[in-house]
Design a protein around this ligand. Structure first.
Ligand code: NI
Length: 135
C-alpha cells in the first residue's frame, strides 16, 4: 500500500520570459506581458508530494517537519523575493517558466528525498495556471 502526503509552500518572485537570440517582436509575440523588460512578479504556490509506504514504527511516509524544513532551506530561501533571471543560478540560461521552475524544484529536492519514495511537484504561477512534474 502506498499513500501520498503533501506539503504546501509559497514564494514571491520576479521573472521575465524572453530569448536573447530572438527579435523583440518575436519575444513579444510569444511571451506577451511576461516579456516585460522591467520584470514582473508572481505569488507562486508550491505543493510538494511524497508517495510511499507508511513506516511501521513512525506511522509516517516522511516526517512533515523534515519535508517542511527541506522546502524552506532548498526552495524558499533560494527563490523567495528574488529575481529568478538575475539572482537564481539555475535560470541564468534557462527561461523561468512555470514548467522550468517546477523541474528545477524537483531536481533540487529529488536527491534529498528517500529514493524509495516518489516525488511530485505542483507549482501554481497564478490561481488558475499550474504545472505538475514528477520526473
Ligand atoms: Ni510571468
Amino acid at each position: 500500500m502506498k499513500i501520498k502526503v503533501s506539503r504546501k509552500a509559497h514564494f514571491n518572485a520576479a521573472h521575465r520570459l524572453y530569448r536573447q537570440d530572438w527579435s523583440d517582436s518575436k519575444n513579444n509575440a510569444v511571451f506577451g506581458k511576461c516579456n516585460n523588460p522591467n520584470f514582473h512578479g508572481h505569488n507562486y504556490e508550491l505543493v510538494v508530494s511524497v508517495t510511499g509506504k507508511i513506516d511501521s514504527e513512525t506511522g509516517f511516509v516522511i516526517d512533515m517537519k523534515v519535508l517542511k524544513d527541506l522546502i524552506k532551506k532548498e526552495i524558499e530561501n533560494s527563490f523567495d523575493h528574488k529575481n529568478l533571471n538575475l539572482e537564481v543560478a539555475e535560470f541564468k540560461n534557462l527561461n523561468p517558466t512555470a514548467e522550468n521552475i517546477a523541474v528545477v524544484i524537483f531536481n533540487k529536492l529529488r536527491p534529498l528525498i528517500d529514493a524509495k519514495n516518489e516525488l511530485e511537484i505542483v507549482l501554481y504561477e497564478t490561481p488558475r495556471n499550474f504545472v505538475t512534474y514528477s520526473g
